[in-house]
Design a protein around this ligand. Structure first.
Ligand SMILES: Cc1cc2nc3c(=O)[nH]c(=O)nc-3n(C[C@H](O)[C@H](O)[C@H](O)COP(=O)(O)OP(=O)(O)OC[C@H]3O[C@@H](n4cnc5c(N)ncnc54)[C@H](O)[C@@H]3O)c2cc1C
Length: 369
């Protein structure tokens, strides 16, 4: 790049790469900081991405091929005492409620798109720029070096992710089971009979589940899913993540040397994965920040504090409401003293019949506000 960058993005995860592509499309010169990655195991996760994220990524040529992005035709949520809620794409009059996207395929697609964008320079070290956007994920060292409080509430849970093959066809249905300890097991449909597992379990139980032999783990899954899909067989390694809910008190500011900074994605907020919304929120951050910079008066710099504060205002409330909703749902199932179990399952059945509330919630989750 002949001219110096206007924006330096630290962290080349999905949020960092998406933001770099959005800015470059608006003719902004970007330095994307991506230190050489140490070879590690392949990410076994698949993300549930909503319609807003899909159209954003498609517009950037960052959406994977159909084999790696499976549409969700319906969603079934099972409570611990027979409660059930079902959402259907057809009833919502949409093609799909979400798409289950293979994480390595998504990262490859975005990385190819970045390679073909001449306004993005991938660098190994941070460079000076009027604006630095910190997209380093939840353990961001740059955020931690700033006077920013990142308020973390740890759940006493760990998410175990893996790939499975089901005996019975999944029919494009994403299924979730809550138990009376607040544990949540999600099976997300992939191509063929494939499934992505996200099992949020008590942190004391997680090590023994991780250590089970494959056949015993399959049996534990079969029991927890009430044999809805018959036998489930592990087809990958298992990986685990401790779970937390967190939000930064400030999302924007200035470094001591005067350059501006902003946080985006998991560096600004993390939520429980039970609603599959963490990355959807991060992509909405990238879209919002790029939109604010695009619409700025020609005489304002990309690091203008007014612009950055309007980005912070626009995103904080959205993130807060999703974070509270997800946390509330987790807490609702985390207590088993009477009459809560009966009440929450009765509530689920009532909710399942309340078309308007259900419709409204479904559209929020799909990013169709
Ligand atoms: C089990 C599980 C399931 C999930 N399922 C879903 C789902 O279904 N749907 C959904 O929307 N979300 C889901 N999420 C949330 C999703 O994983 C995150 O919200 C998303 O990965 C955040 O993206 P990010 O780019 O902000 O951060 P990250 O993915 O953490 O990327 C950060 C990047 O920055 C790099 N980096 C870190 N430090 C530095 C540094 N100092 N300098 C340069 N680079 C650095 C890292 O190497 C990494 O490449 C799930 C999370 C978990 C744990």
């Amino acid at each position: 790049m002949a001219l110096p960058p206007e924006v330096c993005i630290r962290g080349a995860g999905v949020v960092g790469r998406t933001l770099a592509l959005l800015l470059a499309r608006e003719r902004v010169r970007v330095a994307l900081v991506a230190p050489a990655a140490a070879a590690g195991p392949q990410d076994v996760r698949a993300y549930a991405l909503n319609a807003a994220s899909k159209s954003l990524l498609e517009s950037l040529r960052g959406w994977p091929d159909p084999v790696n992005a499976t549409p969700v035709a319906a969603m079934q949520v099972h409570g611990d005492e027979g409660g059930e809620v079902r959402f259907d794409a057809a009833r919502q009059k949409v093609d799909a409620l979400a798409w289950i996207v293979d994480v390595p395929a998504l990262e490859r697609q975005l990385s190819d798109a970045v390679r073909f964008q001449s306004r993005i320079e991938v660098v190994a070290e941070p460079v000076a720029a009027p604006l630095t956007v910190i997209c380093e994920g939840r353990a961001s060292v740059t955020r931690d070096s700033l006077p920013v409080e990142y308020e973390v509430t740890r759940y006493s849970q760990v998410a175990i992710a893996a790939r499975l093959v089901a005996e019975k066809p999944h029919e494009g249905i994403a299924r979730q089971w809550f138990n009376d300890k607040g544990e949540v097991l999600a099976l997300l449909p992939l191509a063929g009979q494939g499934l992505a597992l996200v099992w949020s379990v008590d942190q004391l139980r997680a090590p023994s589940l991780m250590a089970l032999g494959a056949a015993e783990f399959d049996a534990a899954l079969r029991e927890a899913t009430q044999e809805a899909l018959g036998n489930l067989t592990l087809s990958s390694e298992r990986a685990s993540w401790p779970l937390q809910r967190a939000t930064a008190r400030r999302w924007v500011g200035r470094f001591e040397d005067g350059g501006a900074w902003a946080l985006a994605g998991d560096a600004a907020h993390t939520i429980h994965p039970l609603a599959g919304q963490g990355l959807n929120l991060g992509l909405a951050d990238a879209a919002s920040l790029a939109g604010v910079l695009k619409d700025r008066d020609y005489w304002r710099s990309v690091g203008d504090p007014r612009l950055l504060r309007s980005y912070e205002r626009a995103r904080r409330s959205d993130v807060l409401s999703m974070s509270l909703a997800t946390d509330g749902l987790q807490q609702l199932f985390a207590h088993s003293t009477d009459p809560l179990p009966a009440l929450r399952n009765w509530g689920m059945r009532g909710f399942d019949r309340s078309f308007f509330v259900k419709n409204w919630i479904a559209r929020q989750a799909m990013g169709l506000r």
